[in-house]
Ligand binder design. Structure first.
Ligand SMILES: [Zn+2]
Length: 459
């Protein structure tokens, strides 16, 4: 039986989220999405030669309600898109006059609402791991989790900017490629897989193989999931460098949740350095509890990376919206890649590019980049999540991958090392290769997290 949902305490006082705050946050990301754009003025006040946006939010951002009024559905870019804060649905979305453009729905407030994670910050709902549940999200309620709605809002803005500037704008490219792939592995277990190996062999009546697995275990040989080098070989074969998220604690959490089944020792560190020499990145997999504890998080990560901390993703995708962004920033990471729903693939912040999480306490962006997580192996076939058959996985993901390619985004894939076990035929190496081949056919370039940050920030 599932544990009852936790409830977050009410949020602390937060500074005013004025139209100017919303505009600055959203436009920062818009210009980053279209880096070659000539910067025309975009604001709420109609002025000749500018793009103006209808202010449709009223007093919503002065209050602590997690949910805004229901959206209106408008056609844009060949599909129906939900427009929040759209107070005049009968008026056409765009009014273009010589030298000026008016957007008649408040796409700035709508983009801010989704990108900032407003619903999570002000919702009191949490699941048994303290996470904001997909079941409580507007993405679930209105059925748009696999549509990057903020990118569609930006497409409206782009059309208005193109009209005013006379310049055609192309989406961001990644080293000349139309999208980037971010291939990641959370390493929870290096000593497991014996049971799977023995059961798999017995199922196929391969008694000798089962006996060999039992003997290997008895002799203390490497376990089936002690496979970091094999994972790297598999991803390299498919054209991608891997980013390994390593746990820094083998202590179970106070509630009994397991962390690593391995210790960090000199042998493991040596192996990681070799993987890095072959093109991989090592990053932090913040253990259970560190989503609210920056000191512990930094201490754990420091065991792998004595220098500057690169990236992080929390174990179990733990993320307390009120505290975790501040924890990631205080720990000093350059990027995080936790923000996806465990229950469903797609876009938790309705955006397929990297973004700076919003700091509600200071009403400004945080300093680190979020590389949103789009799909995790466990999501696809799990009693509590989706239950897709192996052959259903790629077709289910293709519309989402197509959206990422359309807007020059990043496709972030989490495939745990145990899912590279050949014994896994449900969400195993074969299904991973199918996703990779689809991304390759779309022309993706594969980058590590730090390479993605460098592309965006020029570092
Ligand atoms: Zn994990």
């Amino acid at each position: 039986m599932a544990a009852p949902a936790l409830s977050a305490s009410p949020p602390p006082a937060w500074p005013a989220i004025t139209p100017a705050v919303r505009l600055a946050y959203v436009l920062q990301h818009f210009w980053q999405a279209y880096p070659a754009a000539q910067k025309v003025a975009i604001g709420y006040e109609p002025t000749l030669g500018e793009v103006s946006v209808a202010n449709g939010a009223g007093s919503f951002f002065d209050e602590a309600s997690p949910y805004c009024p229901a959206p209106n559905w408008r056609s844009w870019g060949g599909r129906k898109i939900p427009f929040f804060f759209d107070s005049e649905p009968e008026v056409p979305l765009l009014t273009l006059t010589p030298g000026a453009a008016i957007i008649n729905a408040d796409v700035v407030s709508a983009a801010f609402y989704l990108l900032s994670g407003w619903q999570e910050y002000f919702s009191l709902e949490r699941d048994r791991h303290g996470r904001f549940p997909y079941a409580c999200s507007v993405q679930q309620q209105y059925g748009f989790v696999a549509v990057p709605v903020v990118n569609y809002y930006f497409d409206v803005l782009k059309t208005a900017v193109e009209h005013v500037s006379g310049q055609r704008l192309a989406p961001r490219q990644w080293q000349g490629a139309p999208l980037a792939g971010f291939i990641t592995h959370d390493i929870d277990s290096l000593h497991g897989g014996w049971g799977t190996a023995v059961r798999g062999a017995l199922r196929q009546r391969k008694l000798r193989e089962a006996g060999r697995a039992l003997l290997d275990k008895a002799l203390g040989r490497p376990a089936p999931w002690d496979n970091l080098e094999q994972v790297q070989a598999a991803t390299t074969h498919l054209g991608a460098p891997s980013t390994f998220f390593m746990l820094g604690s083998s202590q179970p959490a106070p509630n009994g949740t397991a962390n690593a089944d391995y210790e960090i020792d000199s042998v493991l560190l040596q192996r990681l350095r070799q993987l890095e020499a072959n093109g991989a990145e090592t990053a932090s997999h913040g253990s259970y509890g560190t989503a609210c504890d920056d000191r512990q998080l930094r201490e754990e990560a420091g065991q792998y990376s004595p220098g500057q901390l690169a990236g992080n993703r929390f174990h179990f995708l733990c993320w307390e919206p009120r505290r975790t962004p501040g924890v990631v920033a205080a720990a000093g990471f350059r990027y995080d890649s936790t923000l996806g729903f465990a229950e469903h693939f797609g876009f938790r912040n309705s955006y397929c590019l990297t973004f700076y999480p919003f700091d509600f306490e200071r009403a400004q962006p945080h300093s680190f980049l979020e590389i949103p997580l789009n799909v995790m192996d466990a999501t696809l076939q799990h009693p509590q999540y989706l239950q897709l058959l192996p052959e259903e996985i790629l077709p289910a993901l293709q519309p989402m991958l197509g959206e990422i390619a359309r807007f020059g985004g990043v496709a972030t894939v989490l495939w745990h090392n145990d899912h590279f076990d050949p014994a896994n035929t449900a969400t195993g190496p074969r299904q991973f290769a199918e996703i990779m081949n689809d991304l390759r056919e779309r022309g993706a370039v594969f980058l590590t997290g730090s390479q993605i940050v460098a592309e965006l920030c020029g570092q």
